[in-house]
Write a protein that binds this ligand. Structure first.
Ligand SMILES: *[C@@H]1O[C@H](CO)[C@@H](O)[C@H](O)[C@H]1NC(C)=O
Ligand SMILES: *[C@@H]1O[C@H](CO)[C@@H](O)[C@H](O)[C@H]1NC(C)=O
Ligand SMILES: *[C@@H]1O[C@H](CO)[C@@H](O)[C@H](O)[C@H]1NC(C)=O
Ligand SMILES: *[C@@H]1O[C@H](CO)[C@@H](O)[C@H](O)[C@H]1NC(C)=O
Ligand SMILES: *[C@@H]1O[C@H](CO)[C@@H](O)[C@H](O)[C@H]1NC(C)=O
Ligand SMILES: *[C@@H]1O[C@H](CO)[C@@H](O)[C@H](O)[C@H]1NC(C)=O
Ligand SMILES: *[C@@H]1O[C@H](CO)[C@@H](O)[C@H](O)[C@H]1NC(C)=O
Length: 553
């Protein structure tokens, strides 16, 4: 198969024998990825970046809900690498989640093939490397998941769709930034903001990112793939009609601009009904003393004239952003692919089985910088914890429940080690995240969509539950927590496996602000989880161990 070539075949699948994890009747989408270093100058300074099939950002993954994705990754870097597909739930299949706690990284000079189904999901997502600090060099790209043919979409088909991969950017290499973090320094402020790997100079010579036909409607799919900065996204003179966010069809409000925190995505419709000429799309950093701005050009077909140099103003302060969060509502009447029972409209009536409150802490000193949740700073063991569970050698690799459900009185005592929480299968759990810092945090949970029921200033207490949106909160995968504020999410832990709950802020995650949540179904039923697929990589102490017989039947 030619590199990067996409083939859509149905059923007849060479892999059927080797791979029983996916259901046969759904179509397959194949990709081959060549992951290499390259030199580009996104901000005018040549630097090392990570390319996929020669592209930065990487190529789009595209398909319909319930398609089976087969992605053969050739690692031509000099370091092991692993990719995660953010927001893709991998039901029953944490084997393919692409986090270091669940999979062995792909060694340099070898290839590994991901096989997973995107089940009962639609929307705009993205992928990125989870290893080292690779995300600081690229390796990210867009994912589009369309509704299946017979499932109605709550807006007319647009003329075309455009991906906007936006993020803060450093001109230093990922290995230099990694050295900073390893020696107790921060990665500091970004040197720029990129939109699809570029930033327009505004000298009249910039190429356009996309071209629109006057009078037509376009779908903008926007994801913040950056390292730490929340961004505000806006288009000169063109309002955004929000239609989808991280897998949920939303109540379709109009916005002049949208804040998108690290790890988040949204989909909006834009009508090309203005004077035909060039316009800037702008992505600028929020909540920082100095605003860093990235620009790109959208052109009207047969348009005349350059984009006006006057950029639309960004909103100021985070109260604006909080109000915007509160305006995001799930469209309860739109049909969509929804896994159960997360898709339940009645999430507000389910009794809460367990409350986990997470507070982060920082420890500095002696050339070291670490971040923790409830006093535990996660350190990745050499053997992925998911494999240790399957091989029955947990005792040699990690301990469950290192971390208490409530923050300890003294957060200054930090423990380092694997941070794995045990959650009883199918429990309905409330997770509160309190941010005591001056900067915005952003958290992602793999394997699930959760109901983002509240974000409020101050500290959480049980009586704050009366302020939860228990009716039409968005079901999504990433939530921001504003400075000196808290956020609450609700979900049923019905996806057996081991899943990463992490700070999407790259340096915090790299330095320990993350944990894994594990549960195996008590009945060891194939209905709940797949057996270890035979093709997954083995490393650490399980490398040469005999593979245990199938655990689930
Ligand atoms: C993307 O996926 C959709 C839905 O499966 C399909 O209609 C479309 O042809 C695909 N586009 C490309 C470029 O593969
Ligand atoms: C590596 O790529 C080759 C050629 O495409 C393929 O046959 C093989 O299955 C791949 N190996 C893995 C482990 O994915
Ligand atoms: C919600 O979805 C329905 C069904 O597709 C659609 O008719 C309606 O306009 C949407 N409502 C809002 C407020 O966006
Ligand atoms: C996980 O928690 C359940 C109760 O929630 C308990 O019964 C079980 O023993 C725990 N398992 C481990 C491995 O700690
Ligand atoms: C998962 O939950 C079940 C109850 O459903 C419990 O018996 C088991 O110990 C838990 N497993 C782990 C690894 O935490
Ligand atoms: C959760 O709590 C409800 C109500 O107390 C109870 O009926 C249910 O069994 C609990 N579920 C689990 C998985 O613990
Ligand atoms: C396990 O199986 C028993 C008997 O079939 C059933 O009652 C129970 O609900 C199952 N537990 C889970 C977590 O699915």
């Amino acid at each position: 198969m030619a590199r990067g070539m996409i083939m859509l075949v149905s059923l007849v699948c060479l892999l059927a024998g080797a791979f029983s994890v996916v259901k046969g009747e759904d179509p397959y989408v194949f990709y081959t990825w060549d992951v290499t270093y390259g030199t580009l100058s996104p901000l005018g300074v040549p630097q090392q970046v990570i390319l996929i099939n020669g592209q930065f950002p990487g190529p789009r993954i595209n398909g319909s809900s319930n398609n089976n994705f087969v992605i053969n990754v050739f690692n031509k870097l000099d370091e092991p690498i692993l990719f995660t597909f953010l927001g893709v739930q991998h039901r029953k299949n944490s084997w393919q989640d692409g986090t270091p706690g669940t999979q062995c990284p792909i060694p340099p000079g070898t290839n590994f093939t991901y096989h997973f189904q995107i089940k009962d999901q639609i929307g705009t997502f993205f992928y990125y490397p989870t290893t080292g600090l690779h995300r600081a060099a690229g390796g990210f790209g867009p994912i589009r998941v369309f509704s299946r043919l017979l499932i109605p979409v709550p807006y007319p088909d647009p003329e075309d769709e455009f991906d906007f991969i936006i993020g803060d950017w450093h001109t230093k290499s990922h290995s230099t930034l990694r050295k900073f973090l390893d020696s107790g320094r921060s990665i500091g402020r970004p040197d720029g903001v990129l939109i699809n790997g570029k930033s327009a100079k505004g000298d009249g010579k910039d190429d356009s990112l996309f071209t629109m036909k006057a009078g037509k409607t376009y779908k903008f799919r926007v994801c913040n793939v950056g390292m730490k900065n929340s961004l505000n996204f806006r288009v000169q003179n063109h309002p955004l009609k929000l239609v989808e966010m991280e897998g949920s069809h939303v109540v379709q409000n109009m916005y002049d601009s949208l804040d998108v925190h690290v790890g988040q995505c949204f989909t909006a419709l834009v009508v090309a009904d203005k004077e035909p000429k060039d316009y800037y799309v702008v992505a600028s950093t929020r909540f920082s003393k100095t605003q860093v701005v990235g620009k790109g050009i959208i052109r009207y077909e047969n348009g005349k004239g350059p984009a006006s140099p006057e950029l639309p103003e960004a909103p100021v302060g985070w109260a604006w952003s909080l109000n915007q969060f509160r305006s995001f509502r799930w469209n309860l009447t739109a049909s969509a692919a929804r896994p159960n029972p997360q898709g339940s409209y009645k999430y507000g009536q389910i009794p809460i089985n367990r409350t986990i409150k997470l507070v982060h802490s920082i420890s500095r000193g002696q050339g070291k910088l670490r971040y923790a949740l409830n006093g535990v700073s996660h350190v990745e063991p050499e053997t992925p914890m998911k494999l240790a569970e399957y091989y029955g050698i947990v005792d040699k690799v990690f301990k469950y429940n290192n971390m208490p459900d409530q923050p300890p009185a003294n957060l200054d005592n930090m423990v380092e080690g694997p941070n794995v929480l045990n959650i009883t299968f199918r429990q309905f759990v409330e997770i509160i995240i309190e941010n005591h810092e001056k900067s915005v945090q952003s958290y992602n949970l793999d394997g699930y969509s959760f109901f983002a029921v509240a974000i409020e200033p101050g500290k959480w207490s049980p009586e704050k539950r009366k302020n939860y949106n228990l009716l039409d909160a968005l079901s999504r995968h990433t939530i921001q927590v504003f400075p000196k504020s808290w956020a609450a999410i609700l979900l049923t832990f019905d996806n057996a496996g081991m899943w990463n709950l992490r700070s999407e802020i790259l340096e915090n995650r790299y330095l320990g602000q993350q944990l894994y949540i594990s549960n195996l179904s008590e009945n060891k039923s194939l209905r709940d989880e797949y057996n270890l697929p035979d093709f997954v990589l083995k490393c650490g102490i399980v490398k040469d161990m005999p593979v245990p017989p199938p655990l689930y039947t």
